[in-house]
Design a protein around this ligand. Structure first.
Ligand SMILES: [Zn+2]
Ligand SMILES: [Zn+2]
Ligand SMILES: [Zn+2]
Ligand SMILES: [Zn+2]
Length: 380
């Protein structure tokens, strides 16, 4: 098939008028038969040479010969062995001037031009692809294109692209993991804050007995003539959660809670950067030994708080440390904190006030060194 598809032409109605009777496309190098039928030169030649065609016109089946003569004789041509045809110069001129779309319109080329100048455009078309390797020949002369070289370059480009995408994929994955961690931490912080808010609001809305109806909170700790002893801040305390021992880089005792900041396991060099809040409202007992020789704080959490701590420790611990804060052993249920700094009696008293205000029916006890020793070392 040698003609050009009618749809390639801008004026498709005109293109359909100029179809070859064999290939049904717009006629190319038009020739007329003796019976005045028009075909592409190549289409008709193939037809006449083929066994099915014989020497007949494919359209009207009239026998074609070489013994007729056109008026001028200039256009005569013998094809298919011995058939005389006439070049149709007028049709060829019209087809050559018809506006056609570029061969690479499908690849985005918007160029249209007369058919006669199409081949010149194709040579420099920026959307041209090499018919052998299928790669773009933009910016290259037809002779300057080397398929092997181009395929090598293309492979390198794809490898670079692949590497870039792979590293982007890895960084996106780690960003996702980081965000997921942050989300979990934020949710936990929200939960803690909500619990703390609830325990703060409770006693104020509903003043209780024991003479702790309203305890004024310090407005500004810096300008207070007698600064209240809380918050009490100390560093490198040792903490036992059941059988799990850790160092807490910073410990803050406030009027609502004991905050553990930067927990790091004793058995591991890797610190676990975590903040844990032990709310008084969620404990059933608080024992304090303010003896400078052995200052300890012992909290016995309610069951739900123990679960919370277990969950949190499990989450923050990279090695999934085993904790048995829910152990049936009553000593294991305690959270024992050994404080290295001297905690004065006024801190202990203030703590007692706060604890009593927040936890009705819970036990606060000041204990002596011997009881503290029992709590701290009794089980080891
Ligand atoms: Zn044809
Ligand atoms: Zn015919
Ligand atoms: Zn083009
Ligand atoms: Zn190529």
């Amino acid at each position: 098939m040698v003609g050009l598809n009618c749809e390639r032409f801008v004026d498709q109605l005109l293109a359909k008028e100029l179809k070859c009777g064999i290939c049904l496309d717009v006629v190319s190098e038009a020739v007329d038969t003796q019976c005045r039928h028009t075909f592409c030169y190549q289409c008709l030649n193939q037809w006449l040479c083929g066994s099915s065609g014989g020497q007949m016109c494919p359209q009207c089946r009239r026998r074609l010969t070489d013994d007729w003569r056109t008026s001028s004789g200039d256009n005569e041509l013998i094809i298919g062995g011995r058939v005389l045809v006439d070049k149709n110069r007028k049709v060829n001129a019209i087809v050559g001037k018809m506006t056609i779309k570029c061969d690479y319109e499908w690849n985005g080329c918007p160029h249209v031009c007369p058919l006669d100048s199409l081949s010149a455009h194709i040579k420099t078309c920026a959307h041209r692809l090499c018919p052998t390797c299928g790669l773009s020949t933009a910016g290259q002369t037809p002779d300057g294109h080397n398929c092997v070289q181009e395929l090598r370059k293309d492979r390198i480009r794809y490898l670079q692209k692949y590497k870039a995408l792979k590293s982007e994929c890895i960084s996106l994955r780690s960003a996702t993991e980081e965000l997921a961690k942050q989300l979990i931490q934020s949710e936990e912080l929200c939960r803690d804050l909500a619990t703390e808010c609830a325990s703060r609001a409770g006693p104020e809305v509903k003043p209780r007995a024991m003479g702790y109806n309203t305890i004024a909170r310090p407005v500004c700790t810096y300008s207070h003539p007698n600064p209240p002893p809380l918050p009490f801040i100390t560093e490198n305390s040792m903490v036992r959660f059941g059988t799990f021992q850790t160092v807490v880089h910073r410990l803050v005792i406030t009027e609502w809670s004991v905050r553990l900041l930067k927990v790091s396991p004793m058995r591991d060099e890797t610190p676990i950067f975590a903040e844990m809040v032990l709310l008084y409202g969620l404990t059933q007992e608080l024992l304090v030994c303010p003896d400078p020789a052995l200052t300890i704080l012992c909290l016995r959490p309610k069951h739900s708080m123990a679960d919370n701590i277990n969950d949190k420790l499990f989450y923050i611990s990279p090695n999934n440390y085993q904790m048995n804060i829910n152990s049936k052993d009553p000593i294991h249920k305690n959270i024992v904190i050994l404080i290295h700094d001297n905690m004065s009696a006024s801190v202990a008293n203030r703590l007692m006030e706060c604890y009593a205000r927040i936890t009705s029916g819970s036990m606060f006890k000041i204990i002596d060194r011997q009881a503290a020793q029992q709590l701290l070392y009794g089980d080891i």
